[in-house]
Design a protein around this ligand. Structure first.
Ligand code: NDP
Length: 525
């Protein structure tokens, strides 16, 4: 966690441990001029990198992966100290997914960057062969949030680099040290320092990066900031990927395994203290299992160990900052005031520190409550009953967001049929969140949850521009559609269109006869 301090004229950011309040480091903020100069440096270096072989780029990723594997505990501890999540969780949800994303790039970059032939069916163009080439954009700007401060920028950076781009990253003001750690690991892996830069600063530093001469922006953050980023980018037609907030529903059908689903709900709502874009933010349970489900969740929440995540036994750490805590408090109190039943938590844990909120279970919530419409981003599991599959789908889709959803059922085809009706970028059956750890699985949202995709092949596709190369195999022939138009030409072209597209054989044949001569025109200019 970090706050801004001013030392003389120089703005700096002080990084804090959200569990203890301890100041971890003070970092100078990049000025707007420095940010633009940094992008220029990256721009100058990028063509050299684009000119290297894919194998050379993969070698850097391999060394990065090896460094990260070897130093995983140090990286996990740093994530824990600056972002607050338990170190064990940082290993599973940050380090592991980055190692896997590196592996995906290492295994797939050659295939992905190979030219792709484009066969075509137009007889008039039969002397042409086409193929697709994927070229890097140039400099990719990345703006990242604090909640997955390592994995989000790292996954995007690896994809950008392996496809030949340079990267300038603006980490969240709350987690600059983790952004710097990513830079250190890449440099140790032998990456040219001109190709990856971290610019430290608050929101305005992100706005400056967006305005600087980058070629594409990959933004991850709230829908409110994402909308501003989209508006600014649109003014100069800068391509953007927007990975924004979520309000993910979990639907527990009447044939689900209650024991498993209740454990899933508790982890899905509480991991990273609920500060995950893919968190379970709304839980709908079939009425026939509603009370037993609530009781199981209550008992499991009571066992959670909350505290400073550096201890290996801790399961739920602090929240990132006071503002986030207040948002949670306001939404929980509002839900209670409107009739929700509080079954666990619902209060700060001041005895642990200023940033801890008790894992909270609320029953009888309704979709009209702020808690069920706005992103909560805290350790809160709100549960509501439903009576039919129809109603569950309606409740799940009743949201401005559409990042992901989960359906819990013992019947796969029933689950798949329901998944088809859910408006979200990802739907998981009998699990949640974990597909973020599958490097091949694309990640991104419907509706207000964003535009574009990260991860997997679709994520790599966002890092490149696709160019169509066309080769004419008859370079000594003038094309029949060039100048030299005449009544005869029009007649022949009409016949040719009939030959190509008429459904009746007789019309087709007549067209073929009329078009004779089209390809042997002597009057073309
Ligand atoms: P914010 O939108 O507050 O910030 C995201 C990033 O944008 C930060 O680096 C922030 O800098 C920067 N920023 C702030 N203002 C501007 C601006 N005007 N122009 C450019 N950049 C700016 O989000 P949070 O950091 O609070 O992250 C939590 C949000 O991210 C949640 O809504 C969550 O759902 C979403 N998220 C989405 C994911 C997805 O994949 N869909 C994954 C993870 C999180 P600074 O922090 O210095 O202000």
């Amino acid at each position: 966690m970090a706050t801004e301090a001013k030392i003389g004229a120089a703005a700096t950011i002080v990084s804090h441990n959200p569990a203890t309040g301890e100041a971890l480091a003070e970092l100078p903020c990049a000025t707007p001029e420095e940010i633009v100069a940094t992008v220029q440096r990256a721009r100058e270096a990028q063509p050299r990198w684009q000119g290297t072989s894919v194998s050379q780029r993969i070698d850097v990723l391999r060394r990065f992966q090896e460094q990260l594997r070897a130093q995983r505990d140090d990286v996990a501890r740093l994530i824990c100290r600056e972002a607050g999540k338990p170190a064990a969780e940082a290993l599973a949800t940050e380090v592991l997914v980055v190692l896997d994303a590196a592996e995906f790039c290492i295994r797939n970059a050659h295939r992905f960057l190979r030219n792709i032939p484009v066969p075509h069916g137009n007889i008039a163009m039969k002397a042409k062969r086409g193929h697709l080439v994927r070229e890097p954009y140039g400099v990719i700007g990345i703006i990242a949030p604090w909640n997955y401060p390592f994995s989000i920028p790292a996954i995007e950076t690896l994809g950008a680099l392996v496809t030949g781009n340079a990267v300038v990253l603006k980490p969240s003001e709350f987690t600059p040290l983790i952004g710097k750690e990513l830079e250190r690991l890449l440099l140790v892996a032998g990456l040219d320092p001109a190709l990856f830069h971290v610019v430290v600063g608050e929101g305005p530093a992100g706005a400056t990066l967006l305005d600087s001469p980058i070629d594409k922006m990959i933004f991850t953050g709230s829908a409110a900031t994402g909308r501003r980023v989209g508006e600014t980018a649109a003014r100069r037609l800068l391509p953007v990927v927007l990975e924004l907030g979520g309000k993910d529903p979990m639907i527990v059908l009447d044939d689900a395994n209650l024991e498993v689903a209740s454990s899933g709900a508790v982890w899905g709502a509480m991991m990273n203290a609920g500060q995950t874009c893919l968190s379970v933010e709304r839980c709908y349970v079939h009425r026939s299992m509603y009370e037993p489900f609530l009781e199981k969740c209550r008992a499991k929440i009571a066992k959670l160990r909350v505290g400073n995540g550096i201890g290996s036994e801790v399961e739920v750490g602090p929240m990132i900052h006071e503002r986030q805590l207040r948002t949670v408090e306001v939404q929980v109190n509002d839900a209670i005031a409107h009739g929700a039943r509080l079954l666990a938590g619902g209060k700060r844990l001041t005895e642990l520190g200023s940033s801890f909120y008790a894992p909270t279970l609320l029953a009888d919530v309704t979709n009209g409550m702020r808690l069920m419409q706005e992103e909560t981003f805290g350790p809160v599991l709100p549960v509501a009953p439903f009576d039919s599959d129809e109603e569950a789908v309606r409740l799940a889709n009743d949201s401005d967001f559409g990042l992901a959803a989960s359906i819990w059922t013992g019947n796969r085809s029933r689950g798949e049929a329901m998944a088809a009706r859910i408006k979200a970028g990802t739907v998981m059956l009998n699990d949640m969140i974990s597909c973020f750890g599958i490097a091949e699985a694309p990640h991104g949202g419907f509706k207000q949850s964003g535009i574009g995709r990260t991860h997997g092949e679709l994520g790599l596709q966002e890092m490149v521009q696709t160019k169509y190369i066309d080769i004419d195999l008859a370079p000594s022939i003038r094309k029949p559609w060039w100048f030299g138009y005449s009544r005869q030409y029009q007649e022949q072209m009409g016949g040719f269109l009939d030959f190509l597209f008429a459904r009746k054989l007789s019309v087709k044949l007549r067209g073929a006869l009329r078009s004779i001569g089209l390809f042997r025109r002597s009057n073309s200019v």
